[in-house]
Ligand binder design. Structure first.
Ligand code: ZN
Length: 461
């Protein structure tokens, strides 16, 4: 064994980090986080112009802050819109803008930079500093270990490798689980080459988007002359878009591949093998402070079981940040958190991504997210095909009740069965989303299918 190799681990260890992970989401962890708060604030004040300006604008100094609640009261959140303002201020000179956003000290340690896939405007940067590689190696070690990666596994990387935040950096991050070999195929390879390489190198684990996993399964017969199940893929770690948490998609992938499906969606979270999706366990408490705020008032939302809000992140290892490189940063995702014990018995509160703050609709004052409606609809497959549209008569977010849904019923459902089915769906939405929709029925396959992102809104205004 090389003297540089990571220490061997017992395959039966519950956690990758047996010291820290049992402490996740406990009072001891809150203490560790609090100890990191002051030096973190001081770092941002001393070295990061963007955050120093925010503190100055808000009228406080690091030493005025004694707790995360103090910080939440004192400092407004920030996000992509603030980044865009900085780009404009520096006339899109990215290096000057990055110096402002991240600080020269960290920029001297910049190891690589990736971005969001952002279809419009300037993509949001994801800087990876030298220390970030170590820190994220630790966090992804925790995630990968929980996702079942062990020595001897050959893991194909199937995200886009060109500038994708979940692409090339992953090559570095997955280095800490001893004995795991990385096969960096990349989404750019296309299905034929991807499948050929999976077979050639006897890959048994893939990390990629759920849509690529579905696509590979669909194309396996055509390109390899055999079903995807014959390749011996045992583990799918899926992220960068929702899907692994949607029962229909997870069941389909599990049965087509004969593999376990784990959601490594976004941030420092990983789902578990519980038959019913429990959300992703947050495994990064010691690296990043997680909080929820109301998406309209930005007031703190207490972390109680079932609470929903805009997820906001504060890095606690400022020189080693990943994804979140400023204080109280939001990606604009709405999360629902679960703080009760998970049936899997593992540590860390759980969260589900229920939608984007920009996608929020308001029906009789109740916030509703298209992705949450999709979740309920998908739960009725095969009685429904899963395809539907939300018909809007005016510009969102305000919707005049009732919320109108056009829903495809499933193959094999008769028209006589529709009223009872409609009642079941309405009851489920009332219970889960506190909204009572009006449903109009469509025959199976009457809505257009999109290969990439499905548009769920039908805008009639
Ligand atoms: Zn669990």
């Amino acid at each position: 064994m090389s003297k540089f190799a990571p220490p061997a681990k017992d395959v039966d260890d519950l956690y990758f980090n047996q010291e820290i992970e049992p402490l996740l989401n406990t009072p001891q962890m809150a203490k560790i986080q609090l100890e990191k708060l002051k030096p973190t604030l001081q770092f941002f004040y001393d070295h990061v112009p963007f955050d120093r300006e925010r503190m100055d604008d808000a009228g406080f100094k690091p030493q005025d802050i004694e707790s995360f609640d103090d910080l939440a009261r004192a400092l407004p959140i920030c996000g992509q819109a603030d980044y865009r303002e900085v780009f404009e201020r520096f006339d899109n000179d990215m290096l000057k803008a990055y110096d402002h956003l991240y600080g020269e000290l960290r920029m001297q340690q910049l190891h690589l930079i990736t971005t969001t896939s952002g279809t419009t405007g300037i993509p949001t940067p994801y800087p990876v500093f030298h220390d970030s590689v170590e820190a994220m190696g630790e966090v992804l070690g925790r995630m990968g270990w929980r996702g079942g990666l062990r020595a001897g596994d050959r893991l194909a990387i199937g995200y886009g490798l060109s500038m994708h935040a979940a692409g090339t950096p992953i090559l570095y991050y997955y280095k800490k689980i001893p004995g795991v070999t990385i096969i960096p195929i990349g989404a750019e390879a296309g299905a034929e080459r991807f499948l050929t390489l999976l077979k050639l190198f006897q890959v048994n684990a893939i990390t990629c988007t759920p849509s690529l996993a579905l696509y590979l399964a669909e194309k396996s017969e055509e390109y390899l002359g055999e079903p995807i199940s014959s390749l011996g893929i045992e583990k799918l770690l899926l992220g960068a878009e929702p899907g692994a948490g949607i029962p229909e998609i997870r069941n389909r992938l599990e049965s087509e591949y004969g593999a376990s499906v784990i959601d490594v969606g976004a941030g420092y979270g990983v789902s578990c093998e519980c038959p019913e999706y429990q959300g992703m366990h947050w495994v990064g408490d010691d690296h990043c402070y997680y909080e929820l705020v109301d998406p309209e008032t930005f007031e703190p939302v207490p972390m109680t079981n079932g609470a929903t809000g805009l997820a906001v992140f504060t890095p606690l290892e400022p020189e080693a940040t990943i994804y979140f490189s400023n204080l109280r940063y939001t990606l604009n995702d709405i999360h629902q958190v679960f703080t009760d014990d998970c049936p899997c018995g593992r540590s860390g509160f759980r969260y589900k991504i229920v939608g984007r703050a920009d996608d929020m609709l308001k029906v009789k004052g109740v916030p509703v997210y298209p992705a949450a409606i999709q979740g309920v609809i998908n739960g009725f497959v095969p009685e429904l095909t899963g395809s539907f549209r939300i018909a809007l008569d005016r510009e969102p977010p305000l919707v005049i009740a009732p919320l109108k849904l056009k829903v495809e019923y499933g193959e094999g459902v008769t028209e006589q069965e529709l009223p009872a089915l409609e009642e079941k769906i309405i009851q489920k939405m009332k219970a889960l989303l506190k909204v009572s929709p009006a449903i109009s029925w469509l025959k199976p396959n009457s809505l257009e299918r999109a290969l990439k992102k499905t548009q769920l809104l039908e805008k009639n205004y």
